[in-house]
Design a protein around this ligand. Sequence first.
Ligand code: AVI
Length: 330
Amino acid sequence: TSPQSASSQSVLRHEELEKLKQHVATGLSRSPKTLSSMYFYDDEGSRLFQKIMALPEYYPTRTEFSLLTHHQAALGAALRPTVAEEPFFLLELGAGDGLKTKILLRHLLNTGANFTYVPVDISAAAVEGLAGSLRQELPELRVEPIVADYGTALRLMADRPGRKAVLFLGSNIGNFLPADRQAFLRELAAPLSADDRLLIGFDLQKDPRFIRAAYDDAQGVTAAFNLNLLTRLNRELGADFTLAAWQHYTDYDPLSGAVRSFLMPTQAQQVHIAALDQTFHFAAWEPIHTENSYKFTRPQIEGLAADAGLAVAEFFTDERDYFADVVLRP
Ligand code: AVI
């Protein structure tokens, strides 16, 4: 690492830490107390999320994987330009390990599509890991990763001529609150031209017991994932949360379609956070709301699209209607 990039990394690191401090100070002063699931994904959180995706109860990843496998030809046709050799960019927001995307990438390569894959992530490590595995597995693929937030990446790409297909898989859209989701979709739609496409994964509403189980698995991996947020605050902000005194709790509300996850103390306690020089009081069982995972209906998805000035071009679901991958166009 050059001295210059080392110092720009530490500026970035400092900014991130300031954001986290601000977020925690505000979130724990509110009633009810809240922290954002955005902060789940440190190294340990990302590792635990990989474990969640393989759990028997966590159906979304498995379902979307088989959905993409089954509909790869139709999806490929919906995303690529009608003129076979016309070049295009395939952007992916929050690509993760790319396991699901590789189905589409392989299909597009095998059918001679002329495209460049642009994985976008705020984490350089995530993007570099994915680009490395793609160089090994699909050496003929053109990859141009972007390390930036989604809005910046979309604006950067809007200036480059050529058609774009943008992927936002895994029901990541379900983690936004309704107002933020709407704003995000509008931000996604704004730079798109008439021939561009968006492919978004939505988890659908279904038997509430089945949904709930996916967020409260028997092995306790999801509990560890939620509780890891407190470990992160202990490490990064010098907090003194006693992990043994906290529990993961989750419920599903079929009216709003939201799974809500909480961290709850089993006894009243005070927690000091050194980086904030502040002590927070918790009553016994007073929840910290840490995550929303919204589940959708088809009419809701159509309404969301319309609000962002988009139309549903294709709606792919699995045979049980558990999950939908939806192609949207301006
Ligand atoms: C990343 N996101 C779509 C997951 C979800 O289902 O909301 C995160 C997760 N939280 C608990 N389990 C999985």
